[in-house]
Design a protein around this ligand. Sequence first.
Ligand SMILES: [Mg+2]
Length: 381
Amino acid sequence: MKITEIKTYLMHAGTGDALAGGWARRNWLFVKVFTDEGIYGVGEASGWPRVVETAIHDLTEILIGEDPMNIERIWQKMFIAMMGHGMTGIVGGGALTGIEMALWDIKGKALGVPVWNLLGGKIRDEIRMYAHAGNAETALKMVERGYTGVKAGGVKNPLQRVKEIREAVGPDVDVMVDVHGPPWLTVGDAITLGKALEEFNLLFYEDPVAPENVESIARVRRHVDIPLAAGERHANIYGLRELIERELVDVVQPDTGRAGGLMQMKKQAAMAEAHGIGFAPHDGSLGPVAEMAAVHLLATLPNFLILEHREDDVPQRYEVMEPQPIIVNGSILVPDTPGLGVDIVEEAIAHYPSRGNISAPEMDEYVYVQARYGRDRWLKA
Ligand SMILES: [Mg+2]
């Protein structure tokens, strides 16, 4: 079998005005890798989707004629091919991921087995997920739908919101908080916040500091006695190596669209497993294909903890892929169909042309960068 063509599908994955902030500018990028035997594979890439799309087109010419079954060989060929561009981070990681994911889909279809079977076989039949909850009311709604874990994301008033959510859901639901490693939260503030969060029995405190300087999270680690989580902005085994080897976090969170591919994530998980670190992939900005790819991988991992899921996502999520995942009581059932078991719906994707592609910061938070305005909102409940 030989690779003959690679196509990309970029779409707007937000709602409303693409010039508004946050999710309104989200885009999804899907990939199809075609072969001379009529089998094709689908994948999904994140990591600045419009830029990654160009990277995938650049890589395509060195992949035509390759046997798609040789996934590690093709990954190494792409990785070495990008070397001249320097360390390409999550943009390169996204390009590697979209193509590599589609190769697993091809291999599974060619052999008539689900991707989880190729990755070692499954440990579990369903993948437990947590939902996002910005306040106590949403948290209770998610618990009613069967979720046993909720995460307070967003960057405003994290302590106040965690307190309200924990009081609302009681002690038996896992509560997490993500402060998104903002460059405007100092390490000292992250420590103060972490100490204040200790009493709420969190499953993890995510991205307390920006990821660029590993010593920052090392400082938080020394002073805060709750599980820490990080890793969504890192690619490949090299990106997570120091966090894992120095045991600076309790949970790693590679993004299934830009971590470098399913085999890179399998390797990352093995590195983490050797250090007693859990695995809870980032999914917040991803579309449905990457989510299903994560389900196949996570079915095989002994140190899988929990998967992120946007329960109330944009309507197009349910239009651009088929079949839909089966979610029961906050868990996705692991499918038995060959490959990833899903396909994209090109006609539906065409209804959502790409817009935006980079999120607009909330400027009132940036005031804080300049003047540390509103510090009390962060650090008091
Ligand atoms: Mg996050």
